[in-house]
Design a protein around this ligand. Structure first.
Ligand code: GLN
Length: 251
């Protein structure tokens, strides 16, 4: 299953964060260490979203393996940011390999990634999809579970929902409709990372005024803490909070 990374802290280059460290996201493209639920490499595309100083986002994504995109490597050395969400993709069987399916998804000021799959797609979540307005459905970036999850979450956040509530609520709804789904979600508004673990790996490192959330630890091994399964992570540069999601899955 895909691998993702969220970072908040002092500005770093995208290369320092994603390409250069030992077991970097780049390395996790061809040699992930902890894939669960199918998939062996993450070569169906990748995406990197980062925040500019004014809080808006920029993004690079492509439906090719990250290691083949030489022009991204050049860009990554030049671009520096203090808030980043990036992902490498292993497409779920039956889902299209297109740029629009690559996380992070964005609405211009928020970034979102999903590591996992919705079982019984798309029938299992037809009711959830039916709550979207027609334009959101027609403009879905790709016919994938992750794009639908983002469309639903985006609408709720735009309607004023707090992501710390909306993200776990979405996990609860999807698990109720599609049990056995794998739902590691990662959301950022540029100052906060909101992430879930639901049957996939996730690690967090909080030190030197920086916080990193990642499917697999990279760089120096010290300081990484494994997030228990079925947790909600709310992280800022000042604080990392873990809350159990358990009750929600039993609704
Ligand atoms: N199901 C999603 C997709 O196909 C995410 C895939 C994954 O986590 N491997 O894009």
């Amino acid at each position: 299953m895909c691998r993702h990374v969220g970072y908040l802290g002092p500005a770093v280059s995208l290369a320092e964060l994603l390409l250069e460290p030992e077991h970097s996201l780049l390395e996790q493209t061809w040699a992930p260490a902890d894939m669960r639920g199918g998939g062996t490499i993450n070569a169906d595309g990748f995406g990197v979203g980062w925040y500019r100083a004014d809080g808006s986002t920029a993004r690079h994504r492509a439906a090719v393996p990250m290691w083949t995109d030489q022009s991204f490597r050049e860009t990554a050395r030049e671009v520096r940011s203090g808030a980043v969400v990036a992902a490498v993709r292993s497409a779920t069987v039956g889902m299209p390999v297109v740029p629009g399916a690559c996380a992070p998804f964005t609405d211009g000021s928020r970034l979102f990634s999903h590591n996992g799959r919705v079982t019984g797609w798309p029938d299992s979540v037809a009711k959830l999809a039916a709550r979207l307005d027609v334009v959101d459905l027609l403009t879905l970036e790709a016919a994938t579970d992750s794009a639908l999850l983002w469309a639903v979450l985006r609408q709720r956040v735009l309607d004023g929902a707090d992501p710390e509530v909306a993200v776990p609520e979405l996990v609860g709804e999807v698990v109720a409709a599609a049990p056995d789904s794998r739902l590691n979600l990662l959301f950022s508004d540029g100052t906060r990372l909101v992430a879930t673990t639901w049957t996939h790996s996730l690690w967090v490192r909080h030190e030197h005024g920086a916080v990193t959330v990642a499917s697999e630890p990279f760089g120096a091994r010290a300081g990484w803490r494994e997030v228990p399964d079925r947790s909600l992570v709310v992280a800022t540069v000042d604080d990392v909070e873990l809350r159990p999601l358990e009750e929600m899955g039993e609704r």
